[in-house]
Design a protein around this ligand. Structure first.
Ligand SMILES: NC(=O)c1ccc[n+]([C@@H]2O[C@H](COP(=O)([O-])OP(=O)(O)OC[C@H]3O[C@@H](n4cnc5c(N)ncnc54)[C@H](OP(=O)(O)O)[C@@H]3O)[C@@H](O)[C@H]2O)c1
Length: 215
């Protein structure tokens, strides 16, 4: 699959690019600065031995079948406003956690209830928005020797889009679980500050989630 990662030059985007390219996907990293996108992609290609493309938002929009937005919450609204009108019916994966530094270990709900719902409000009927990966640490993603052991909750209003993303989560080495409609992103995004608290409390490096009782 052709996957464009907006903000792919960052911590989470780099790890996703490495894992998805290792699984055979064609990844394009997109930066606000096309030169930076190309340079980070060249760096990752050299270190991984996999071809990863990079450039500006236009490069990702030109080729990607699926888009993933991996920017901090502070820049999320502006990023979606730049993408709006250019997405069509593509799947857009949103992984934003609306953290409120410096209190990143406390739940902070945005005015629109969740970052994913705010993104949906900007996009309107455009695209199929799917929210996921809020509990997956960039440290683990970026270390290909690390076995992805947790469950990854996936929510969205289009069930076929959710299934496609569950497949992509599987390609990262984790188990994706359908967690219902996009409104449930409120719960998923809220859990991350709790995990960050647990990381700090127990000196863990990227605590994740694992469900019990599933068939
Ligand atoms: N890091 C994690 O472990 C983790 C885990 C789960 C979810 N997340 C979520 O994933 C998203 C990305 O996290 P990250 O740690 O990868 O972030 P990051 O490294 O701080 O930033 C990612 C990229 O976003 C772009 N960016 C930075 N500030 C921006 C702004 N104000 N407006 C628009 N773009 C901006 C930058 O790309 P360019 O300068 O190249 O455009 C940057 O490389 C966040 O919403 C975070 O909550 C992160």
């Amino acid at each position: 699959m052709k996957i464009g990662i907006i903000g792919g030059t960052g911590k989470e985007g780099r790890g996703l690019a490495l894992r998805w390219s290792a699984a055979g996907h064609e990844v394009t990293l997109a930066s606000r600065d096309a030169e930076r996108g190309a340079s980070v992609a060249a760096e990752l290609s050299a270190s991984s031995g996999r071809a990863i493309s990079g450039g500006g938002f236009d490069d990702a929009l030109a080729t990607a079948e699926v888009l993933l937005v991996a920017v901090p919450y502070t820049g999320q609204g502006d990023t979606y406003r730049q993408l709006a009108g250019r997405i069509g019916d593509r799947i857009v994966i949103d992984i934003t956690v609306p953290l409120a530094p410096p209190k990143v270990t406390q739940v902070s709900l945005p005015l629109g209830h969740s970052a994913a719902l705010e993104a949906q409000a900007i996009l309107g009927d455009e695209g199929k928005l799917v929210a996921t990966l809020h509990h997956v640490s960039s440290t683990h993603l970026g270390d290909l020797e690390h076995e992805m052991e947790g469950d990854v909750l996936v929510c969205g209003n289009d069930r076929a889009a959710v299934e496609t993303v569950i497949g992509l989560i599987g390609d990262l080495g984790a188990r994706g679980i359908d967690a219902g409609n996009l409104v449930n992103a409120v719960a998923l995004e809220s859990m991350t500050p709790v995990l960050l608290y647990i990381n700090r409390r127990y000196k863990a490096a990227g605590a994740g989630m694992k469900l019990t009782g599933l068939p």
